[in-house]
Ligand binder design. Structure first.
Ligand SMILES: NC(=O)c1ccc[n+]([C@@H]2O[C@H](COP(=O)([O-])OP(=O)(O)OC[C@H]3O[C@@H](n4cnc5c(N)ncnc54)[C@H](O)[C@@H]3O)[C@@H](O)[C@H]2O)c1
Length: 328
């Protein structure tokens, strides 16, 4: 039984707390958040202790491993603290705010042998994993093109966007990791950013983007992002090769189709957001974290995967701001 401490009781903290509660191999012991009321309400729901002293989680003898769900600027400190305490960590994306912070992280981890897994849960989504496995088995031949559509139903609050690092590090980072998962190393990035939502104008961040990535093998991935989508949480992937293609469509709560005077073959709306769409993925991600700890091996995705996605995100931002193709 793995005794888990959770750091940060916000949106994603609640998702992980639920996964831990549902996992027969783990128990939620402690929730730490400087906002004590947030820690308490989450801890209470799962029979765990709560605390506002976040540092105390690293020395707590009841905590075997931590899940880091704090705001991105705190990830480096929390990964280092977990490593120094000898506690395995599952850390949410992105690994750090920027590549300078990654250098700092690598310096502070020198001489330690941390077990750290990055929270790119989409790799554990059953449909995306199947696509990955079929691609690896040569089903479509050498991949030529990948198309990723990733649109959120609605933008997070402007205050969240202000500290998120921007759309490429906050949102597209999942798609960059998906492109790497399917294509391997990325060598060139070009991006166009959009300012379409007046409500987000003051954030200075793009609220839509189209990004093109070129892989080391010459395959091209196109990523289409929007912070809003009237039809819901739009998550699709297509992989194209000389022998065929593989496509993952949006998931729905049921397979019922309705027919009437105004529309035919209408289906249920898409599963509404990351919590429901990726529920199975978060559960399997946790399974991998628990298994890696039990088997004393490095879990995947690694810090290096987190850094590679962050590098692409910085390149995309540079390309969107300059109009140039950025080579990695
Ligand atoms: N993998 C995913 O699907 C996914 C989804 C959402 C967010 N995230 C990532 O998770 C992280 C948190 O995002 P969120 O949406 O849950 O944010 P949030 O703002 O909802 O929650 C953050 C929580 O961290 C707490 N906090 C603040 N300072 C802290 C500290 N020093 N130590 C511990 N906790 C602290 C806040 O009080 C808050 O409860 C971000 O890095 C984000 O990129 C990942």
């Amino acid at each position: 039984m793995l005794n888990v401490g959770l750091i940060g009781a916000g949106r994603i903290g609640r998702v992980h707390a639920r996964s831990v509660a549902a996992n027969a191999g783990a128990t939620l012991r402690l929730v730490a958040d400087p906002v004590l009321a947030a820690a308490e309400s989450l801890a209470e729901a799962h029979g765990a202790r709560a605390g506002s002293d976040v540092d105390a989680i690293f020395s707590d003898p009841e905590v075997d491993a931590v899940i880091i769900c704090s705001p991105t600027p705190l990830h480096v400190d929390h990964i280092v603290a977990a490593a120094k305490a000898g506690k395995p960590a599952l850390c949410e994306k992105p690994v750090a705010m920027d590549l300078a912070a990654v250098d700092e992280l690598q310096g502070r981890l020198a001489g330690l042998e941390p077990l750290v897994m990055m929270g790119f849960q989409r790799r554990f989504d059953p449909s995306f994993r199947r696509v990955h496995d079929l691609v690896s088995a040569g089903e479509v031949g050498p991949v030529e093109q990948v198309t990723i559509v990733s649109r959120d139903p609605a933008a997070p609050p402007a205050e969240y966007i202000a500290v998120s690092g921007g759309i490429f590090k906050d949102m597209t980072i999942h798609d960059f990791d998906m492109a790497r998962y399917l294509l391997g190393d990325i060598v060139a990035v070009s991006a166009v950013g959009q300012h379409l939502d007046p409500a987000l104008a003051d954030t200075g961040d793009f609220d839509g983007a189209v990004i093109t990535l070129v892989s080391a093998q010459g395959a091209v991935a196109t990523i289409t992002n929007s912070r809003h989508c009237a039809t819901g949480y739009d998550q699709r992937v297509e992989v194209f090769g000389p022998r065929g293609s593989l496509a993952v469509e949006n998931l729905r709560a049921t397979t019922v189709r309705r027919f009437g005077a105004d529309a035919s073959s209408a289906e249920d709306p898409y599963l509404d957001f990351f919590l429901t769409r990726y529920e199975a993925a978060y559960a399997r991600e946790l399974d991998e974290f628990i298994a890696a700890i039990a088997e004393n091996r490095a879990p995947t995705p690694t810090i290096a995967d987190g850094v590679a996605a962050l590098r692409i995100a910085e390149a995309a931002a540079a390309s969107a701001n300059s109009g140039a193709i950025v080579r990695l």
